[in-house]
Design a protein around this ligand. Structure first.
Ligand SMILES: [Zn+2]
Length: 263
């Protein structure tokens, strides 16, 4: 894979989007922080979305306080769909409800996958989800003889940020931490403090396999921007034709179209 370039379409669009908010790329995501950069390249589409959404002030949140402050500033709209009450940024919720109306008018539906976790998550949720992949994978690789007991104990005891960094390093050697242990953990769940769900700009839909549902979501500004995360939609609040000029490029996986940062 070619090295990400600071003069790539995504970085150009990102600098412009952040400048309009008085921010800089290194301000939200330090140059020398490899984990933060990786997160930016995998989940960064939300930073180049429409003006009526608030992207996070940082690529990686490090505490519950910081997340609560951001979520209060962005505003939270709640809605009950089926038996799950979900929360999103107001513009994202409005667009989702409109998309759902369109779907229902065609005899389809758009419903939250896995209850309230389909939309807003807090910091603790992302840590819990991390552990749900990280801890079983450690046991697996220990039993498979790829990690020693001492290595596993050490990894468990590390601060979260260092766990993420070491996991990404191990994955370069084929020791993967996704649920099925076949791909990077970042395609399975977000690193703690980094999810688009924390930004309240993400929604996991049960009906993601339906091409017409994906089309309706896109017509309402909801796109798939995290490669290989098949049920996951991101609210950008833009028309599909605007995405290339925002530094996003289309990639197809499993017949689904993903708009990912062109770095
Ligand atoms: Zn998701």
């Amino acid at each position: 894979m070619p090295e990400p370039s600071l003069s790539s379409p995504f970085y150009q669009a990102l600098r412009q989007a952040l400048a309009q908010r008085g921010r800089s790329v290194s301000g939200i995501c330090p140059n020398d922080d490899d984990v933060a950069r990786r997160v930016l390249h995998d989940y960064g589409a939300m930073f180049v979305g429409a003006k009526n959404i608030l992207p996070p002030p940082v690529c990686v949140f490090t505490s519950e306080d910081q997340v609560s402050q951001f979520q209060a500033a962005a505003g939270r709209a709640a809605e009950t769909i089926g038996d799950a009450t979900i929360e999103l940024q107001p513009a994202a919720m409005q667009a989702l409800l409109r998309a759902r109306e369109s779907a229902r008018a065609e005899g389809l539906d758009i419903t939250p996958r896995d209850g309230p976790e389909a939309a807003r998550r807090d910091y603790a949720d992302t840590v819990r989800l991390w552990n749900s992949r990280f801890l079983p994978a450690l046991d697996h690789w220990k039993n498979a003889g790829r990690l020693t007991e001492a290595q596993v104990d050490r990894l468990r005891a590390l601060p979260i940020k260092e766990q993420v960094s070491e996991v990404l390093e191990l994955e370069t050697k084929g020791i993967f931490f996704s649920k099925d242990l076949s791909k990077s953990v970042l395609y399975s769940i977000a690193a703690p403090g980094t999810s688009q769900h924390i930004a309240m700009l993400a929604f996991d839909a049960n009906e993601f396999l339906d091409a017409r549902v994906r089309e309706i979501m896109a017509e309402h500004g909801w796109f798939q921007t995290v490669l290989s995360d098949l049920p996951h939609f991101t609210f950008l609040g833009l028309q599909e034709s605007e995405l290339p000029q925002r530094g996003l490029k289309p990639v197809e996986v499993n017949n689904q179209k993903f708009w990912i940062p062109d770095v």
